[in-house]
Design a protein around this ligand. Sequence first.
Ligand SMILES: *Cc1c(COP(=O)(O)O)cnc(C)c1O
Length: 365
Amino acid sequence: MRTKPILANLTPYVPGKTIEEVKQSYGLERIVKLASNENPFGFSDYVKSGLQQAVEGLEIYPDGYARELRTTLSKTLSVNEKQLIFGNGSDEVVQIICRTFLEPGSNTVMATPTFPQYRHNALIEGAEVREVPLDQGFHNLSEMLKQIDEHTRVVWICNPNNPTGTMINQQAFESFMEQCPDNVLVVMDEAYVEYVSSSDFPDTLSALSSYNNLLITRTFSKAYGLAALRIGYGIASESIISSLEPSREPFNTSSLAQKAALLALEDQSFIEETYKSTVETKQELQEFCENNGLTYYPSETNFMLVHLPISGDEMTEYLLRNGFIVRSGEALGIPNSIRLTIGKQEHMEEIMDAMGEKLAESRQV
Ligand SMILES: *Cc1c(COP(=O)(O)O)cnc(C)c1O
């Protein structure tokens, strides 16, 4: 049978090893997963208790418009209800954007390395993908602007960027929006917004009233700790949202996910505690790096990309044998580095010890 030719060049997403796989192949009792930037504190107890109720009524299709969640979220964000679109994870919002705007003959501009789903979905739609290398781990916005031409439909800015954790600031964002043609959609992927400490993070929500070509994506998968339920969203002008709607499956988010997201919004204290712990523990990891002569990108997220004097694969393998799953930089396009999620403080102390041992060992050889 004949598939779309582009699919021959695409590989399915290779997830990090699961906890069970690692336990079995390394004969370990306990595994700490620091590979996918999940919340080490799980999710709010308030969500857990409230969710029992949503288990009733699973025979009924979910509300395809996610009314309850939509109303609450629109109030939280101070946007109109029609400015929101929900997805089966923000991954699906990315897919919906690509289905809507991209086709053969069009192109799309993004950084590299960045979140891989922009490229993947754009290629499936037959668009040309223009990738602009990061500059010291940061988006090179002036080069990205240069790549825009009359066939460009979408520009992706992952802010803060995955896998580097770096952010572009308010001034850089405004200057980019001013120079970007207004018929090109600018997607700001803010999957880690809850973790940002900088007071100079762009106020993209306020910018929605000035730019009709701006779309922001956010998710309940990271700080809210609901990755398994798959729910994320996009925020944009009413006109962009209504152009996206036909590309969305009618019942794309489940009733459980909608309910959990709604409850999660009601417990902001969970987010505050998550934030506080992450910032403190990230500080400790930074000090460890400095004491060990390791450089890293400044991170506004719950993960850090740490450069190593050895290959990322070698460190990843060593850490695996010691019960820690991290992401090797080789797999992310940044050789001799690892990306690790900021976990619970006690686990981070252990992983720093293990990294220290491996570094000492490699210095002796
Ligand atoms: C994790 C992540 C997402 C995807 O989140 P889902 O809502 O779980 O699909 C999107 N963008 C970035 C940059 C991410 O790291």
